[in-house]
Design a protein around this ligand. Structure first.
Ligand code: ADP
Ligand code: MG
Length: 239
């Protein structure tokens, strides 16, 4: 009976995620269907400006479905794990380069603090980039009044590297902290609530951890700890 219970609990976790996905995609679909019906109705023999407006709304809803599905695809794809050597300083630089235009538009400066030492990791490059993009994007979105984001790379310990992203935003209220990273939990109007869950899964697939520390009124720090490349790793990577 105990085994059965565990099994049904597991099913309900999957069921919960499925229900969340269904809900998130049904909303934009309902809007899309409504607009198609509007355009088919006699009322649709209306000025072209109206049609352009309908199409604009529809495009927005299609984009939303695409965004949600793209974020979830990380789970669906069985990873053909191509692990590459990537220096954390280079990873951070690549992503800062990518995010700086968006940050600058919002009066935010991204600062890069890297120790002189090199911190190579073995990873799926694009996925690790996606993690850092998600985390920095959250920092940018949190700092509505501008500010600084500091991205640092240090040794977490002998075997691991720590990538830190610290913002000077409003922080996360204590009552919300427990729900952060839950699928579809978002406090944003157009958020998906998938960024941190997906990022954590990616980091864990690299034998790492993703921690979030936040002080209300002071800011938020996301810490990503990843094992460093060992000489054994390098040998097997070359093979
Ligand atoms: P989304 O960005 O789509 O809302 P995420 O999973 O990336 O989804 O983030 C979930 C929630 O965590 C956000 O809606 C926000 O409330 C909170 N959050 C994440 N990062 C930060 C941050 N740097 N500062 C304040 N709140 C944050
Ligand atoms: Mg996000």
């Amino acid at each position: 009976a105990e085994e059965l219970l565990i099994k049904s609990e597991r099913l309900s976790a999957v069921g919960q995620l499925a229900a969340g996905i269904a809900h998130e995609i049904r909303n934009p679909l309902t809007v899309l269907k409504g607009f198609v019906q509007l355009m088919q109705s006699p009322v649709a023999q209306s000025p072209e400006t109206k049609t352009a407006f309908y199409l604009g709304v529809m495009k927005g809803e299609f984009d939303r479905i695409e965004l949600i599905l793209n974020e979830l695809l990380v789970f669906a794809k069985p990873t053909e794990r191509l692990l590459e050597r990537y220096d954390c300083a280079e990873l951070v630089e690549d992503v800062i380069h990518l995010m700086t235009p968006e940050a600058n538009l919002r009066n935010i400066v991204i600062l890069h603090r890297v120790a002189s030492e090199s911190y190579p990791i073995l990873c799926e490059k694009n996925r690790m980039k996606q993690v850092l993009v998600n985390v920095i994007k959250n920092a940018i979105e949190a700092m509505t009044a501008g500010g600084d984001i500091v991205v640092g790379v240090t040794a977490a310990n002998e075997d691991s590297v720590s990538i830190l992203v610290r913002d000077s935003g409003p922080g996360i209220p204590d009552g919300e902290m427990a729900r952060i990273g839950e699928p579809f939990y978002t406090t944003k109007n157009t958020g998906t609530g998938l960024g941190l869950m997906v990022s954590r899964k990616i980091v864990e697939a690299h034998q790492g951890v993703l921690n979030i520390y936040s002080t209300q009124g002071k800011g938020t720090e996301v810490e990503i700890i990843i094992p460093k490349v060992t000489s054994d790793d390098e040998k097997s990577a070359v093979r």
